[in-house]
Write a protein that binds this ligand. Structure first.
Ligand SMILES: [Zn+2]
Length: 228
């Protein structure tokens, strides 16, 4: 949810800058140098995203409670219409990561996808609306962790349903959904072993935003191809 309201674009930018400063300080703790990680050994496929040629590749994300994570965990980007949403410079840290576009990017224009194979573990989160799904990952380094999609509406799946990576599970809600001032997704990752929403500020979001940023260039390229 937005702790501070965005009433206009300049506030959004101010908030983004503040969040970037926070991320920079968090990064000192959240990241390890690439040279000391297994990412340097090439334990990933080229199709799994990362920076475009010429862009320095940031080091891998470190999630509290997970020994090692590859560059993107093998996830699918959580929003299908990446051409309509704002890019990484506009994402902000919350308990999760806030991502949005203009106020019309919602409903059928903004489909939310399961980041990986999972079971729908819950629907509806206080402060995020009654249609916000939570999925429990069933594979990968974050197997067993739950991921929430705040401010969704409508949800497209049922509690207990198995979902595949990339499956549509909800839409970004239009208007005000939970504590929010504009349509957006707050995607967040539960702490290890946590059974209730949500993580505290700064707990998992810095690592999550690092993963999402790594996925972004590939998500954009795939989207461009798909729309051709
Ligand atoms: Zn938020």
């Amino acid at each position: 949810m937005f702790k501070r309201q965005f009433n206009n674009h300049s506030q959004l930018i101010a908030r983004t800058l503040a969040a970037s400063a926070m991320l920079a300080s968090a990064a000192a703790i959240a990241f390890v140098p690439a040279s000391t990680s297994r990412a340097a050994t090439g334990a990933r496929s080229a199709s799994e995203g990362g920076a475009s040629p010429g862009t320095p590749t940031p080091p891998p994300a470190v999630i509290p409670g997970v020994k090692y994570m590859d560059r993107t965990t093998g996830w699918v980007f959580p929003i299908r219409e990446v051409n309509l949403i704002f890019g990484p410079s506009q994402w902000t840290l919350d308990q999760g990561v806030d991502m949005g576009g203009t106020s019309s990017v919602c409903g059928k224009r903004a489909t939310l996808l399961a980041v990986d194979d999972a079971v729908v573990s819950g629907i509806g989160i206080s402060g995020f609306g009654s249609q916000s799904p939570i999925i429990k990952l069933t594979r990968g380094p974050l197997k067993g962790r739950q991921v929430y999609y705040g401010h969704s509406n409508p949800v497209l799946v049922k509690k207990g349903q198995r979902v595949k990576r990339g499956q549509a599970i909800a839409r970004i809600g239009c208007g005000i959904v939970g504590y929010s001032s504009a349509p957006h997704l707050e995607i967040g990752l539960y702490r290890k072993g946590a059974t209730y929403c949500c993580p505290s500020w700064g707990e998992t979001a810095p690592a999550l935003i690092a993963i999402l940023k790594r996925m972004w260039p590939t998500a954009v390229a795939r989207n461009r191809q798909a729309r051709r």
